[in-house]
Design a protein around this ligand. Sequence first.
Ligand SMILES: [Zn+2]
Ligand SMILES: [Zn+2]
Ligand SMILES: [Zn+2]
Length: 185
Amino acid sequence: MQEVLAGELERRCGNPGCGEPVPKPRRLYCSYECAKKAANIREDEQHSRLSSKTCRDCNEDKPIADYRPPRSPRCLPCLQAKRQRDYEKRGGKEYIYGHNLRQYGLTVDEYQARLAAQDGRCAICGDEPPSGKRLNVDHNHETGVTRDLLCRWCNYALGNAKDDPARLRAMAEYLERHQADVPAE
Ligand SMILES: [Zn+2]
Ligand SMILES: [Zn+2]
Ligand SMILES: [Zn+2]
């Protein structure tokens, strides 16, 4: 009787990758996400026992290995085609681009205006971004105020130096001090 009770108290989430204690009695999973994950694993196991199934889009009977994950109702080429259709429906590259910028508090137009004002170049080193890439929107991390557009390396450098001008000056002096060093043999 006591052992049963202890077992109840110690019940762990049924998602194999989780193992968290389950918060409420008579629940099998710690969260909705874990329940969903476990259901997907179960469904994949069931489907991988089939030798073949019919794709929802092309209607062809294809071997189960052509379905990734096995529970997918579409064969791999049809799944990829669907993803592409969905991506384009959302606005494709422009959508992703605008979405990423909005995370930094700029619209596409505001970004373009800033880029033009900086002649398309990083405000620190003057490099242009590689083709197809945009410059990073740099921020003052304490105030949240947008500063200028920077290449990723300059942006990283500021972050790694904790946005500390004194440290950055000391780093520059350090490099200059050691510029003429020769290998010790
Ligand atoms: Zn869990
Ligand atoms: Zn198909
Ligand atoms: Zn730069």
